[in-house]
Ligand binder design. Structure first.
Ligand code: THU
Length: 161
């Protein structure tokens, strides 16, 4: 018998000012689209901003539906937009911010399982790590250096070949 262990390593910065300028801009961009979220059911607004390899930024917000399960997370909206508009450009970084109208949510939230799988697809497609920046309503920022660390023992294209 052999036992394997996975570790998720992430950095916690006390304020956005500790980050490089391009990452600060990306987080601000994600926050700036929060009012575009369509979340009349959960009242939980999410904004995502994707930095592409040529410096362009593509954003997305969560879009809910009266048929609850078909609502889409901000991350997947932004990823689909980036891939549709710029299919040949690699994704460098994604920033995700939130505004919870139900209760103050100071800590960052982490992408859901489905979004992790979609993020992983893009990371494996490009062959380069996608950095993840997470911000709640407080000052703290969580930084993860790759998607694979968020989704260990994953299913992917390798399993189909
Ligand atoms: N949501 C996101 O957009 N991203 C996440 O990382 C977590 C959850 C959305 C889905 C739904 O519209 C609302 O937040 C509450 O789950």
């Amino acid at each position: 018998m052999k036992e394997l262990k996975f570790e998720t390593v992430f950095k916690i910065f006390d304020t956005i000012h500790e980050l490089p300028e391009d990452e600060q801009i990306l987080i601000h961009k994600a926050s700036s689209v929060l009012p575009k979220a369509y979340a009349p059911y959960s009242h939980f607004h999410v904004g995502a901003a994707i930095l592409l390899e040529n410096g362009k930024i593509v954003t997305g917000t969560n879009q809910e539906n009266a048929s609850y399960p078909i609502g889409l997370c901000a991350e997947r909206i932004a990823l689909a937009a980036a891939s549709s508009i710029h299919p040949d450009l690699k994704i460098k970084t994604i920033a995700v911010t939130i505004k919870n109208f139900n209760k103050p949510t100071l800590e960052p939230v982490s992408p859901c399982g489905t979004c992790r799988q979609v993020l992983l697809e893009k990371e494996q497609q490009s062959g380069e790590a996608i950095k993840i920046l997470l911000k709640g309503e407080g000052e703290k920022i969580y930084v993860l250096s790759s998607v694979s660390s968020l989704l260990p023992l994953s299913f992917g294209s390798k399993d189909l070949k």
